[in-house]
Design a protein around this ligand. Structure first.
Ligand code: FES
Length: 365
């Protein structure tokens, strides 16, 4: 129980608090009168701020004290530990040029005892800016069905090589442009530089944001191109992957982990970013395990909100008995059947998407 004298709450003996704070790297959480406060001690000075970060409400008392600033553990915004004013940092400057101020509390020392006044200063909200505007409401623009071809094959973009799955994907897009009323775009994931998911969700589900926390932190991260096209541009997404040790490509998983920020909006806010969109898969490999790769990918894209055409994937594998990859490349390149199958998958996906859009329009009248 904190003793109260004229609105000043007794926090504790300064010597005891200092020794405790020195052991906890200068940061301690206080809980007084239903208020969560982060108490700090840096270069002989105490500071006390509201525990809620200005950004997404991250718990500042779980953060680190750096050069007199408390750094939020969720996305690393920094606030002066005494004034609560934000300090421009790499983490906030691209997304929130002015990160505002966290409420502060007055402190006083009397008779070697620290007291706090719970009347807090005003919170100053951050002002945001974000290039690309990913956070806008997804809204389909009229026009032809838009098809995104996404190759997830890993390769050195300076020295590209032949990829069987990419070959089938590109061929389906080319045929589709000629024979269907569609607009197409092709993206090779290997040409994009993007960071791995760094586990914001593991800190707290609220720390995993839309747009993705990394996209906000790092303007050089090119996952924003995938977000823009998947969430805002494409109606149909045709994805190709090789089979690697019985799984989809490592680049596919790298992308999938970053798409957690899209799925998390459903969990957190019941906000579905992907609607009336269709996914088809092209899976090829020197080894088998097609159904497992397809099953995993279908589950994942279903969780994002995508719909699937009948017979939602085209696959080819030589099986365990053959490791002759040159022969495999030759086989795929010359296979009219596989090229035709891939094109037909695209056709089914486009047809389904047209129906979905029609129903959506009819329902909204
Ligand atoms: S930086 Fe604190 S919640 Fe994002």
């Amino acid at each position: 129980m904190n003793e109260v004298v004229n609105d000043w709450f007794q926090v504790g003996k300064t010597s005891e608090l200092i020794s405790e704070l020195e052991k906890s790297d200068g940061v301690k959480e206080l809980f007084i009168q239903d208020k969560k406060i982060v108490l700090t001690y840096y270069e002989g000075q105490f500071g006390a701020l509201n525990n809620k970060c200005n950004h997404m409400g991250g718990p500042l008392s779980k953060g680190k004290l750096k050069k007199g600033c408390i750094e939020c553990p969720w996305h690393y915004w920094r606030f002066n530990h005494q004034t609560g004013d934000s300090v421009s940092s790499e983490a906030s400057k691209h997304y929130a040029p002015n990160a505002g101020a966290v409420p502060k509390y007055s402190l006083k020392i009397d008779n070697e005892t620290l007291f706090i006044n719970l009347v807090e200063s005003k919170r100053v909200p951050a002002t945001y800016s974000m290039s690309g505007n990913l956070s806008r409401e997804p809204k389909r623009l009229d026009g032809k069905i838009r098809v995104l071809g996404l190759s997830t094959t890993a390769m050195d973009s300076e020295h590209p090589r032949f990829s069987t799955s990419e070959e089938l994907l590109k061929s389906a897009l080319i045929q589709g442009e000629k024979q269907l009323e569609i607009e197409t775009k092709f993206i090779a994931l290997s040409n994009l530089k993007f960071r791995h998911c760094e586990g914001f969700y593991s800190k707290s589900e609220k720390a995993c944001t839309w747009p993705c926390s990394i996209t906000k932190l790092d303007p050089t991260d090119e996952m924003k191109i995938i977000y823009e096209n998947l969430v805002h541009w494409a109606d149909v997404v045709l994805i190709s992957t090789p089979i690697r040790w019985g799984n989809a490509s490592s680049l596919y998983y790298k992308m999938a982990e970053r798409l957690n920020s899209v799925q998390n909006q459903i969990t957190l806010k019941n906000k579905i970013l992907i609607q009336n969109k269709v996914v088809g898969l092209i899976i090829t490999g020197g080894q088998d395990n097609i159904q497992s790769v397809a099953g995993q990918m279908l589950t994942f894209f279903g969780e994002l909100g995508f719909t699937f055409p009948t017979f939602p994937f085209v696959a080819h594998s030589l099986g365990w008995a053959s490791e002759k990859m040159e022969q495999n490349m030759d086989h795929v390149q010359k296979s009219e059947h596989l090229h035709q199958e891939s094109f037909e998958l695209l056709g089914r996906s486009v047809e389904l998407c047209q129906k979905l859009i029609k129903v959506e329009k009819a329902l909204s009248i």
